[in-house]
Design a protein around this ligand. Structure first.
Ligand SMILES: [Zn+2]
Length: 258
């Protein structure tokens, strides 16, 4: 991992490592943002830092694990802090778009190494658990809630996709791809009818994003998903219908896992 040492941090730690804390940088989704924010931590930022900054194509080390980053009051002593490119205001769909999926995957790699090294359980702690000193993952917003009146940060937002992120971390720890959702029904959009909805739709939309077809990962199979599916089908050399049958699903899943 490349390193750009942050300017503000404490040498060493006064507590053992217990928490992996997720943040959003509140900076635009660009493949150079991890470097840009790391440079900002190194030079002109106010008194703030994090251990690693992550964007869609890289992770940048800013503070060593054994040093204390200045990232979230009350969670600095025991925390390892990851800054994700993006905004706390992002919707779940925006956290699961192509850029963010790539960013989350990179962050999952960093977190997985910590999970193994520091024996951190792969679970999202409640603010009460954070306050009680449990080991696990949390968001900056959970730290803010755990210690009322000590901060106002709400990153990385109320709808951060913990389910997907922790599944990615698990997959990295186990050295295997995240357990794929399997095909269970044909996904089809019919104009004038209610859109099909569900976890399988969301999984297919994530596959489309991984294949480079930008689509909202909102779990609703509508016109946008249909059009993206058609493009993917053409590329995958399966029948171009805009509906997701078992053949299309499996071809997409196979291509996305490469
Ligand atoms: Zn934060």
């Amino acid at each position: 991992m490349k390193k750009i040492q942050a300017r503000y941090y404490h040498n060493g730690r006064v507590s053992p490592i217990k928490l992996i804390v997720m943040h959003s940088m509140e900076a635009p989704e660009k493949p150079t943002t991890a470097e840009a924010v790391a440079n900002w931590f190194a030079t002109s930022s106010p008194k703030t830092s994090a251990h690693v900054c992550v964007d869609s194509n890289s992770s940048v080390r800013c503070v060593d694990d054994n040093d204390t980053a200045w990232a979230a009051p009350n969670a600095n002593a025991s925390g390892l802090h990851i800054e994700l490119t993006g905004y706390a205001r992002q919707t779940r769909a925006q956290w699961l778009d192509a850029f963010s999926l790539a960013t989350l995957k990179n962050a999952a790699k960093v977190a997985a190494a910590w999970v193994k090294k520091y024996d951190i359980p792969i679970r999202h702690l409640t603010p009460a658990q954070v306050r009680a000193g449990h080991k696990g993952f949390c968001a900056h917003v959970d730290v803010t809630r755990a210690y009322p009146g000590t901060g106002s940060h709400t990153d990385p937002g109320a709808v951060f996709p913990w389910d997907r992120f922790l599944a990615m971390v698990k997959a990295e720890v186990n050295g295997e791809p995240a357990k794929p959702v399997s095909w269970s029904r044909t996904l089809v959009y019919t104009k004038g009818k209610a859109m099909m909805k569900g976890a399988d739709v969301e999984a297919w939309q994530a596959i489309l994003n991984e294949l480079g077809y930008d689509v909202d990962v909102d779990g609703l199979y509508g016109l946008g998903s249909t059009e993206a599916t058609k493009k993917a089908q053409s590329k995958l050399k399966v029948l171009v219908t805009g509906t997701v049958d078992k053949t299309t699903w499996q071809a997409g899943q196979k291509a996305a896992s490469k």
